[in-house]
Design a protein around this ligand. Structure first.
Ligand SMILES: NC(=O)c1ccc[n+]([C@@H]2O[C@H](COP(=O)([O-])OP(=O)(O)OC[C@H]3O[C@@H](n4cnc5c(N)ncnc54)[C@H](OP(=O)(O)O)[C@@H]3O)[C@@H](O)[C@H]2O)c1
Length: 161
């Protein structure tokens, strides 16, 4: 199963000028614990790997970095061809951790079974966006509204229609 995990604002924004414009420690902890589940295989785009993970692979997980570059990355497997990589997970589990380019590329290939989305209830004027998913996915679970650090948010799980 292929699961997306992301935090998005009211306009599907995920980052502004390469920074995620909210700081919600409990959501970061959720990302850490969820992506260790189901075998802990995580696909990440090269930009997110550089600017968000600061070039350090996620601990205790199998890291796959999507890029057109071929240079090896210590502690991660470099993926150049998404279309041959994704079928490796037909009978295994994979997390898609973003960013925008990777979310879009995976959906464009017709992959993605579940979306774990943290909806942050504000508009941060982002310049990177989570793809439109409403046509192909339906809400399966939703938490009560939560608040931390002055940010209001809800955890939602969507499944393919
Ligand atoms: N709010 C959230 O939940 C969340 C989650 C993750 C990331 N983010 C944010 O999103 C921003 C980055 O998003 P982004 O869209 O700019 O970058 P990205 O998706 O992290 O990485 C894009 C890069 O991935 C590679 N790539 C994408 N599709 C490919 C394909 N089909 N084949 C081969 N390589 C491919 C390319 O790497 P090369 O250029 O190396 O060839 C491309 O430049 C960051 O600011 C990060 O903080 C937010």
């Amino acid at each position: 199963m292929i699961r997306f995990i992301a935090a998005i604002d009211r306009k599907h924004g995920i980052a502004k000028q390469n920074v995620i414009p909210w700081h919600i420690p409990e959501d970061e902890a959720l990302f850490d614990s969820e992506t260790k589940k189901h075998g802990g295989h995580v696909l990440t785009g090269s930009v997110t790997f550089k600017v968000t993970y600061l070039g350090v692979p996620l601990a205790d997980r199998h890291n796959y970095i999507l890029t057109r570059a071929t240079k090896p990355i210590t502690g991660a497997r470099v993926i150049n061809d998404l279309a041959t990589f994704l079928p490796e997970f037909d009978n295994k589990n994979l997390w898609i951790s973003g960013g925008a380019g990777v979310f879009q590329s995976v959906l464009d290939l017709g992959y993605g079974d579940e979306l774990l989305i943290t909806h942050v209830d504000a508009d941060f004027g982002c310049d990177r966006f989570f793809p439109s998913y409403e046509k192909d996915f339906k809400l399966a679970q939703q938490s009560e509204p939560r608040e931390q650090n002055g940010f209001r948010f809800t955890y939602s799980k969507y499944v393919r229609k």
